[in-house]
Design a protein around this ligand. Structure first.
Ligand code: S3P
Length: 429
């Protein structure tokens, strides 16, 4: 296994980072380009491993996708243009690829199989296979539909009225993509609002979708038209530098091109509640996905409570919020976040165990964690456990450490942020 020595004992971070494309929107841009009619162009697509898995799956489904100078061209022929794949669709580490793809394949009258890496094999799939079965597709998977590998023979979908048991944009999106192929109107009710990139993209590709509070309705049989998609920067990637700028004394960082979709900006609320010095500039609110630049300066921070409807708006930022809490005065409580247990790793356990190795005062609870600040972090050997967000959080933790920090398995970071270390190094020079 590879291991690297991380930069530690950093006095300040200064400079700017152009945040790479949003992972969720990049996945969807390929999927919608594939199921729409005509040539879709995508700029600022994230070339992270997860999004490359999505491209590779759609190529296996017969879709022509070209890449030139960081610009994607996708030649879609509608849902009907997808062809029976002759190989297993390998989703790698990507939960978004497999869950959304299941919704698309549920309506296709051919056979396909899906599988991924060891992490994907542990992630719950019944939340998607269950409602798709209700819509009438044939879908089966290991342990009664619960885990990969998955087999689907789709076609003839009936619409459903479905109350989501968990707040999950992946599950919602999968049912919406199946709903677009069903014979009638599909309605989904969310327990809490989750990221709405799929809903926005249905509109961007000329489709109709109705939203009333937490109830979303989509009609089947709509013909989607190709579009030009510009992917804003990923606020979940920006989060690592937002926290780094807030906690490393004497820092000032300009983060350019950050997606500011209100279903994703929970991290900004937490930063403000904890006393961070943050300013948003050049906001673009006219595009399908809003964006802007953010300046973060270091400041003293206080503990907070993160809970309830805020959780889905920052679900991927909880590891880095936990690190920030180690540098805040007083206690921080994170609750209502059981979903962390079924991410790329069990993120309650990995965050608590890895931060403890660096001397943090942190404990796991049934649905989150409690962190006591303010702690000086020490050195040690830590691991990403193959989870990109744990790897990046630990690289930011190391900046604050007085001693050497070794990170095992840093490669996983390229799942969502291939040039993370280059961007971090630019701020320390
Ligand atoms: C995502 C939704 C979230 C998030 C994941 C990406 C998406 O998962 O954690 O990284 O693109 O829809 P859930 O919707 O399952 O919580």
């Amino acid at each position: 296994m590879t291991a690297i020595k991380l930069k530690s004992q950093i006095n300040r971070l200064n400079g700017e980072v152009v945040i790479p494309g949003d992972k969720s929107i990049s996945h969807r841009s390929v999927m919608f380009g594939a199921i729409a009619h005509g040539e879709t162009t995508v700029t600022n697509f994230l070339p992270g491993e997860d999004c490359l898995s999505t491209i590779s799956c759609f190529r296996k489904l017969g879709v022509q996708i070209e890449e030139e100078n960081g610009k994607l061209r996708i030649f879609g022929n509608g849902f009907e243009g997808l062809k029976e794949p002759s190989e297993v669709l390998d989703v790698g580490n990507s939960g978004t690829t497999i869950r959304l793809l299941m919704g698309i394949l549920a309506g296709r009258p051919f056979f396909s199989t899906l599988a991924g890496d060891q992490s994907i094999a542990k992630r719950p799939m019944t939340r998607v296979t269950g409602p798709l079965k209700k819509m009438g597709t044939f879908i089966d998977a290991r342990e009664n539909g619960a885990y990969t590998p998955i087999a689907i023979r789709g076609g003839n979908l009936r619409p459903i009225h479905y109350q989501l048991p968990v707040a999950s944009a992946q599950v919602k999106s999968s049912i919406l993509l199946a709903g677009l192929q069903a014979n009638g109107e599909t309605t989904i009710v969310e327990p809490s609002e989750t990221r709405d990139h799929t809903e926005r993209m249905i509109q961007q590709f000329g489709g109709e979708i109705y939203k009333d509070n937490r109830t979303i309705t989509v009609k089947g049989g709509q013909k989607l038209q190709s579009a030009t998609v510009h992917v804003p920067g990923d606020i979940s990637s920006a989060a690592f530098f937002l926290v780094a700028g807030a906690v490393v004394p004497g820092s000032e960082i300009l983060l350019k091109n950050v997606g500011l979709n209100p279903t994703r900006t929970g991290i900004l609320e937490v930063l403000k509640n904890m006393g961070a010095n943050i300013e948003i500039l050049h906001q673009d609110t006219d595009s399908f996905e809003p964006s802007g630049d953010i300046i973060i300066k270091s400041s003293s921070l206080t503990g907070t409570v993160v809970e309830g409807d805020l959780i889905p708006k920052l679900i991927d930022e909880i590891p880095i919020i936990a690190l920030m809490a180690t540098q805040a005065e007083g206690k921080t409580v994170i609750k209502d976040a059981e979903e962390l247990k079924v991410k790329e790793t069990n993120r309650i356990d990995t965050v608590v165990n890895e931060l403890k190795k660096l001397g943090a005062s942190i404990e796991a609870t049934a649905d989150g964690m409690i962190i006591y600040g303010q702690t000086r972090l020490t050195g040690g050997t830590v691991s990403s456990h193959g989870d990109h967000r744990i790897g990046m959080m630990l690289a930011i933790a190391a900046l604050l450490s007085d001693d050497e920090v070794i990170l095992e398995n840093p490669e996983s970071i390229s799942v969502s942020y291939p040039n993370f270390f280059e961007h971090l190094n630019n701020l320390t020079n």
